[in-house]
Design a protein around this ligand. Sequence first.
Ligand code: ZN
Ligand code: ZN
Length: 279
Amino acid sequence: MIIGCHLSTGQGFARAVQNAGRLGADAFQYFPKNPRSYRLKPVDREEAARGAEAARAAGVVTVAHSAYVTNLSTGDPKLRETTIASIVNELELCEALGTRWLIVHCGKHLGEGEAVGVRRMVETIDEVMTRYQGPCRLLLENTAGQGSELGRTVDELLAIREALASHQRVGFCLDSCHAFASGLLEPGGWERFIQEVTRPEFARQLEVIHLNDSKAGPGEHVDRHALLGRGQMGELLQELVHHPLLQARPVIIETPVEHEDQYADEIRLARRWAARAGT
Ligand SMILES: [Zn+2]
Ligand SMILES: [Zn+2]
């Protein structure tokens, strides 16, 4: 299992690579720029090349997460342009750092209806991928279905991807906490969940896993992560860690630790769960 956690790159990307090694992580996720801002960040090619080389030398897989502030389904033309520029900038930063994937949250329709929300999201992503032609891939993450969030179910995610002109450069990220909170994975529903997420058209495009427990209950549509084994997912989370789906893709933990060092315990626990199944 390739497993790691979300780390700060505040002290530089190369330092984050070192921290990953110290925590026993063979992968980590980072924000390519300030996650609470649309502001663009210039690409420092030299520094990025040093960071990319550090990750490569250490054998650490890196995954990037897009800013939270963006709504891919916004109907405001100015905000849409800002959003597109922000994501293109993130893709360029990722590419410079040798990262293959940028994870984005699905859009929010804000009361205008799912059809409108999906159409705008598709147009926005296609525009991003027209402006960015590099090798970095965009991954759509399943949501908890909080408020008017799109992308709760496998069918919804597939429909969004299939509508994209740029679909060949777009894949999926599956978050366990969001799956639980959205009702995709519920107590007693393990078999149905696995049937859904292993559908070939989805599994083939599933490139990264987010491993989080959930503070909210099943189907409550609230996105609140919990430490592994401390939330409401119980056995379901351990079951998921055993599953072959998690053995071939980077697994990233984004649980509410008090300090990054605590991720060492989270990673150790996940590895222990995985080992119990003999993987
Ligand atoms: Zn996530
Ligand atoms: Zn979340």
